[in-house]
Design a protein around this ligand. Structure first.
Ligand code: FES
Length: 128
């Protein structure tokens, strides 16, 4: 709140839902259970840090929009960042690998199908 970065959500507070996901040196972590001092000297990326300086959305953000993978949006920042981290490690995941990577991110609205489709769409577009 102090920095005006409101994308990251505090939800369960126990690291179970994934709404607080941020990237730490390009790896997805649960920020609600991560001690700030452990981030010293490391790069933290929140959803606000994904778009380019000119406002161009990250391919994962565009894919979520194109696939209709957003409803209330509460889980979306964590989902998008989890997807970005997955594609850094595995640029061409299978549907099963996407499902496994997102097993720690809960969504109460979408039923996950469109989120999975968005990640696969982003992977395809990032390889073009
Ligand atoms: Fe509402 Fe995922 S879009 S919780």
């Amino acid at each position: 709140n102090e920095f005006g970065l409101t994308g990251t959500k505090k939800a369960c507070g126990t690291g179970d839902c994934g709404s607080c996901t941020v990237l730490l040196n390009d790896k997805a972590i649960r920020s609600c259970t991560f001690l700030t001092c452990m981030a010293d000297g490391k790069e933290v990326t929140t959803i606000e840090g994904l778009e380019s300086a000119d406002g161009t959305l990250h391919p994962m953000q565009r894919a979520f929009m194109e696939a209709g993978a957003v409803q209330c949006g509460h889980c979306t920042p964590g989902m998008v960042l989890t997807g970005v981290a997955l594609l850094k490690e595995n640029p061409n995941p299978t549907l099963e690998e996407v499902k496994l990577a997102f097993s720690g991110n809960l969504c109460r609205c979408t039923g996950y199908k469109k989120i999975n489709e968005a990640v696969l769409l982003a992977a395809k577009k990032m390889q073009e």
